[in-house]
Write a protein that binds this ligand. Structure first.
Ligand code: ADP
Ligand code: ADP
Ligand code: MG
Length: 457
C-alpha cells in the first residue's frame, strides 16, 4: 500500500480523506492556502505545506505548486477530492509525468467525462438511452433554431465543459432561444474556458437518479446502488438519499445495468457516478458521468457499509475489487443535507464569519462530515458548504425523524445557514411521501429566479 498521500483539497472533503488515510496506516500531507492556516484538515494531517495565496487559481488550482509539494514531502499519490483539480485531465497527466499516482480515473476517462458531448456519444453507442440532443456543439443560432425544432421545445442550452449546475438555460420557445444563445456561449467561455454549447431536450419535472460505480484495473465494474438527488436549487443538489423512493426493484435493476454498461463503454477506472434523469413515464436517460468522489457519497457508504474513499485508494494502488454486487448487503435508508453558510431569507447570500458557539448534532444514526470547530472563522474565498449532515435508519421514516432531531440540535451561531430550510422540508408531507421532482424546492422559495445565473462560487 502507499505509505504517504497528499490531499489536494480543503474543507470537509480534505478532512474525510485524511481520516481514511489515518485508518489505513498511510501518512497524509495537507496542502493549504494562506487563508486556510487555521483549517481543521491541517490539524489532522501528518504534514502541512502552504501552496499559495488565498485565491484558488494560485493555490488549490495551482498544479505546479501541488506537484512540487508532493515531491518535497515524498508523497507517492495525490487524492484530489471533488471540485478543483479532481476532473482535470491535465492534472492527472502532470501527476503521471512526475511518477505520482493520481487517485481517480485515467486521463482518458477524464477527457471523455469533461467533454459531455463526446461522453454521451460513446455511451449512446453502447445502447444506453441518452437525452435527445444536438449531434455535437452548436455554433450558430440559425443551426440552433433548426435543431430545436427537430428536438421539440422546451430545450436546454448546456455547456459542454460545464459542471456544478452552472451554464444551464431552459428555452421554452424560439424567441427565448434566440435571446439566450449568444449569452450562453460567452458565459461558457468565461466560466469553463470552453465556449462550446449544445442543445438538449428539456425533460419536464424529472427526478435525478445516479448510480455509484467502482471499477478495478482488470475491468471489473460494479454499482453500489442508486442515490436520489432530485431536491435541487438552480440545478445544484441540496438533499440526497439512498435508496430512491421513486424506483421499483425492476427499474433499479435496469438502471443499474445501464450504469455498468455506460462505465464499461467508457473503459472507466476507479470510483465514479453515472447520472440519469427519470421522467414521469419512468423512462430514464443518461446525462453524464462524474469522474470523482462526490459530495453525496456518504449516503451510499451508510447503506452499503463500504468506505468509498478507502476503495478509491485501494483501487488506485492496483488492488482488485474482491466482491460482487450480489455479495453487497445493501440495507436501510440514508439521507444527507448539504449545509451551506448562506441566508435562505436573503436569496441564499453567502454568510461567512466566525463561529462563536458550536454544538454539533450526534447520537444514534447521525454522521456529520465537516471542517468546523468553535472559534473557526470561515474564509470568504471558497465554497459555502460547511457541513454534510447524514442520518441513517432501517426505514426512510426513521431516517427523516433522526434528521429532524439532528437539525434541531445543530448550532453554528451566529452564521446564517440552510438548516432552517431543511427543517421545513423534513416536515413537508410531499417530501415524506417521496413525492417530488427537480422543481420541488421552489415552493419553499417562491421568489427564486432560475434565470439569474448563479456565479457566486
Ligand atoms: P456533486 O456532483 O458531487 O454532487 P457538484 O456537482 O455540486 O457535486 O460539484 C462538487 C463541487 O465541485 C462543488 O463545489 C462545485 O462547485 C464544484 N464543481 C463542479 N464542477 C465544476 C466545474 N466545472 N468548475 C468548477 N467547479 C466545479
Ligand atoms: P452538471 O454538470 O452541472 O452537474 P448535469 O447535466 O448533471 O449538469 O445537470 C444538472 C441538473 O440539471 C440535473 O440534475 C437536472 O436537475 C438538470 N438537468 C440537466 N439536464 C436536463 C434536461 N435535459 N432536462 C431537465 N433537467 C435537466
Ligand atoms: Mg451533474
Amino acid at each position: 500500500m502507499f505509505s504517504k498521500i497528499l490531499v489536494a483539497n480543503r474543507g470537509e472533503i480534505a478532512v474525510r480523506i485524511i481520516r481514511a488515510c489515518r485508518e489505513m496506516g498511510i501518512q497524509s500531507v495537507a496542502v493549504y492556502s494562506e487563508a486556510d492556516a487555521e483549517s481543521l484538515h491541517l490539524k489532522l494531517a501528518d504534514e502541512q505545506v502552504c501552496i499559495g495565496p488565498p485565491i484558488s487559481a494560485k493555490s488549490y488550482l495551482n498544479i505546479d505548486s501541488i506537484i512540487q509539494a508532493a515531491k518535497e514531502t515524498g508523497a507517492e499519490a495525490i487524492h484530489p477530492g471533488y471540485g478543483y483539480l479532481a476532473e482535470k485531465e491535465e492534472f492527472a497527466k502532470a501527476c503521471a509525468d512526475s511518477g505520482i499516482v493520481f487517485i481517480g480515473p485515467t486521463p482518458h476517462n477524464l477527457s471523455l467525462a469533461g467533454d459531455k458531448i463526446a461522453g454521451k456519444k460513446v455511451v449512446a453507442a453502447a445502447g444506453v438511452p441518452v437525452i435527445p440532443s444536438s449531434p455535437g456543439g452548436v455554433d450558430d443560432i440559425a443551426v440552433a433554431r433548426l435543431i430545436a425544432v427537430d428536438i421539440g421545445y422546451p430545450v436546454m442550452i448546456k455547456s459542454s465543459g460545464g459542471g456544478g449546475g452552472r451554464g444551464i438555460r431552459v428555452c421554452s420557445d424560439e424567441a427565448t432561444l434566440s435571446e439566450e444563445f449568444s449569452i450562453a456561449k460567452s458565459e461558457a467561455g468565461a466560466a469553463f474556458g470552453n465556449s462550446t454549447v449544445y442543445l438538449e431536450k428539456y425533460i419536464v419535472q424529472p427526478r435525478h437518479i445516479e448510480f455509484q460505480i467502482l471499477a478495478d484495473r482488470s475491468g471489473d465494474v460494479i454499482h453500489l446502488g442508486e442515490r436520489e438527488c432530485t431536491i435541487q436549487r438552480r440545478y445544484q443538489k441540496l438533499i440526497e438519499e439512498a435508496p430512491s423512493p421513486g424506483l421499483t426493484p425492476e427499474l433499479r435493476q435496469e438502471m443499474g445495468l445501464a450504469a455498468i454498461k455506460a462505465a464499461k463503454a467508457l473503459n472507466y477506472f476507479n470510483a465514479g457516478t453515472v447520472e440519469f434523469l427519470l421522467d414521469k413515464n419512468n423512462d430514464f436517460y443518461f446525462i453524464e458521468i462524474n469522474s470523482r468522489i462526490q459530495v453525496e457519497h456518504p449516503v451510499t457508504e451508510l447503506t452499503t457499509g463500504i468506505d468509498l474513499v478507502r476503495e478509491q485508494i485501494r483501487l488506485a494502488y492496483g488492488e482488485l475489487l474482491g466482491y460482487t454486487y450480489e455479495e453487497l448487503n445493501i440495507r436501510g435508508w440514508a439521507i444527507e443535507c448539504r449545509i451551506n453558510a448562506e441566508n435562505p431569507a436573503m436569496n441564499f447570500m453567502p454568510s461567512p464569519g466566525k463561529i462563536v458557539s458550536y454544538r454539533p448534532p450526534g447520537g444514534f444514526g447521525v454522521r456529520l462530515d465537516t471542517h468546523l470547530y468553535e472559534g473557526y472563522e470561515l474564509p470568504i474565498y471558497y465554497d459555502s458548504l460547511i457541513a454534510k449532515l447524514i442520518t441513517f435508519d432501517l426505514t426512510r421514516e426513521g431516517a427523516i425523524r433522526i434528521m429532524r432531531r439532528a437539525l434541531a440540535e445543530f448550532d453554528v451561531s451566529p452564521l446564517k445557514t440552510t438548516i432552517s430550510l431543511y427543517s421545513q422540508v423534513m416536515d413537508d408531507a410531499d417530501f415524506q411521501k417521496g413525492n417530488f421532482d427537480t422543481s420541488y424546492i421552489e415552493k419553499f422559495i417562491p421568489d427564486d429566479d432560475d434565470d439569474d445565473d448563479d456565479d457566486d462560487e
